[in-house]
Design a protein around this ligand. Structure first.
Ligand SMILES: Cc1cc2nc3c(=O)[nH]c(=O)nc-3n(C[C@H](O)[C@H](O)[C@H](O)COP(=O)(O)OP(=O)(O)OC[C@H]3O[C@@H](n4cnc5c(N)ncnc54)[C@H](O)[C@@H]3O)c2cc1C
Length: 387
């Protein structure tokens, strides 16, 4: 098994790392403090080819695959998780349009996303009463002479007030349960779609998280993405890529926490020695590094499987579950290594802890990942493990 990036993947990783350390890291703390949306930084990402990493070059993408995407998200998140989440969701939307869109939809939206004209893209499925239980959504899309009329409200939508393009889940047949949900592509500025005020969040404060309201929002027939009534399977398949993105984002935060802890442990002197010489500190660092490597291998397995055209439902859920929890442990360990300074906003460890926390919640909570993994185990035993 080879988890070494190929030349193209390594090049994309290098581009992302150079940008992250040179352009993102210096302003990350201030953007967190002031909850400032990183518009300039996101525009620059598109300029570097990092929006649409998996999108064919014919639509302006990098056509570099999920491994490249994962490596790039890790690098960006290492500097600023708020930029990384907007980037990850934008890539997810591009993948969905590529996979499920008609040629017309691909031509209309993909170049706008990859070029940065759309700035970012959003994926709006959650509602205040439908988070883990997406089938409980109440937003409706009713067929009219003009196309579809959408009514309802989405909640907690990443970049919902900034996105040039939004994919929205809505019930087209409320009596058909899970088979009555469809997906729609809606461009920003469509009358009837309005964003509410950004949430005041614990972490990833530079990213914008908003409610989206739909009041007689009319879109043409051609806004339907994928099959009528086939929205939920489409959303679940998209979440495979989404979870690889969030696992990668979590690993980036975890790596930043480990870097900070290592630097601090080397320079902090207590009892006449650098605290890095104390075994208790070394064990903390060793556990974090092992955790992050394990998360990285799980994430690379899922990304590589996806690149090879395999369904990676279980692998993506395992990667997201493990990497997000490992990132939380890494940030907590970094705070411990830094003592009082770890608790202060002048040091970055507390930001990493706040930024990492939500990776256990969005794109499916840790509990939901465990459900996905358990269901797939009961369906089909783990490869290589006797049933
Ligand atoms: C910062 C942020 C950004 C987000 N961005 C987006 C976005 O861009 N687009 C979007 O559509 N959504 C987005 N979300 C919403 C996110 O996907 C949901 O918050 C998430 O799916 C969980 O839903 P919930 O918050 O309603 O929790 P709930 O579903 O109410 O869950 C509450 C608790 O119950 C547990 N639980 C629920 N069901 C079960 C079960 N069957 N078995 C065991 N435990 C269970 C959960 O694990 C959790 O611990 C975002 C959320 C946040 C915080």
């Amino acid at each position: 098994m080879d988890f070494e990036p190929n030349q193209r993947e390594a090049e994309i990783q290098r581009i992302a790392r150079t940008f992250a350390t040179g352009e993102l890291e210096p302003g990350a703390r201030e953007r967190d403090r002031t909850a400032s949306f990183p518009e300039r930084e996101l525009r620059a990402l598109a300029g570097l080819g990092l929006m649409g990493l998996n999108t064919p070059t014919s639509f302006g993408g990098a056509q570099a695959g999920m491994v490249a995407f994962s490596l790039a998200v890790q690098e960006i998140a290492r500097a600023d998780a708020s930029v990384a989440v907007a980037m990850a969701v934008t890539n997810l939307v591009a993948d969905m349009i590529m996979l499920y869109g008609t040629d017309e939809q691909r031509r209309a939206y993909l170049p706008r996303i990859t070029s940065g004209e759309a700035l970012v893209a959003s994926f709006a499925v959650s509602e205040s009463q439908a988070g883990s239980d997406l089938a409980a959504m109440t937003t409706t899309a009713v067929r009219t002479a003009l196309g579809w009329r959408i009514d309802g409200a989405k909640q907690w939508i990443t970049s919902g007030d900034r996105a040039g393009v939004v994919i929205v889940g809505a019930k087209t047949d409320p009596k058909a349960g899970k088979k009555g949900i469809s997906a729609f592509i809606i461009p920003a500025g469509t009358p009837g779609m309005t964003a509410g005020a950004p949430e005041d969040k614990m972490g990833q404060r530079g990213s914008s998280t908003v409610p989206l309201r739909f009041a007689s929002c009319t879109v043409p027939e051609g806004a339907l993405l994928g099959p009528l009534g086939g929205g939920l399977p489409l959303i679940y398949t998209a979440l495979e890529s989404g979870r690889i993105g969030i696992a990668s984002l979590a690993l980036g935060i975890g790596r930043a926490a480990l870097d900070a802890a290592l630097a601090y442990a080397r320079s902090r002197i207590q009892f006449g020695s650098a605290i890095a010489t104390f075994q208790a500190i070394q064990f903390l660092l060793a556990d974090v590094a092992t955790d992050l490597d394990a998360g990285h291998l799980l994430t690379m397995r899922a990304a590589q499987g996806k690149d090879r055209g395999r369904a990676v439902t279980r692998e993506a859920a395992m990667a997201k579950l493990f990497a997000s929890e490992a990132a939380g442990r890494a940030a907590d360990a970094a705070i411990q290594v830094m003592g009082a300074n770890g608790f202060m906003r002048t040091f970055p460890a507390e930001r990493y802890a706040r930024d990492a926390r939500v990776t256990r919640i969005y794109e499916g909570t840790s509990e939901v990942q465990r459900l996905v993994i358990a269901r797939s185990l009961l369906d089909q035993p783990l490869a290589g493990v006797p049933a």
